[in-house]
Ligand binder design. Sequence first.
Ligand code: DGP
Length: 113
Amino acid sequence: MTNCLFCRIVAGELPSKKVHEDEQTFAFEDIRPQAPTHVLVVPKKHLRGLKEAGPEDVELIGRCHLVAAQIARQRGIENGYRTVLNVGPGAGQSVFHLHVHLLGGRRLDWPPG
Ligand code: DGP
């Protein structure tokens, strides 16, 4: 989608600090980090969010989480990290291209705010 921020980052039209890329996913540093590690993992395919996803997206969404787990392993934060999808404006979703937040490197309390 030409007017989607994360599609433009994936396409290299906008700059980002890339962390990982494979055929189907792209990961980059969040511009407003909420933890020492705050990486966004996105599918290259434009998907508006979790509630718009369908059965055909099962593998892709799982893959985004596994990429997050791989990054967490590489960064040595496996003692405790969180993968989060904010779904809808009421939960804080502000960019409407599905993204998994990987947060770690500090204590993460529960429940989140
Ligand atoms: P959410 O609020 O769940 O939709 O998360 C969107 C995240 O995207 C938020 O943590 C800030 C981040 N973000 C917004 N614009 C940019 C950008 O241009 N570059 C990068 N790297 N991150 C961005």
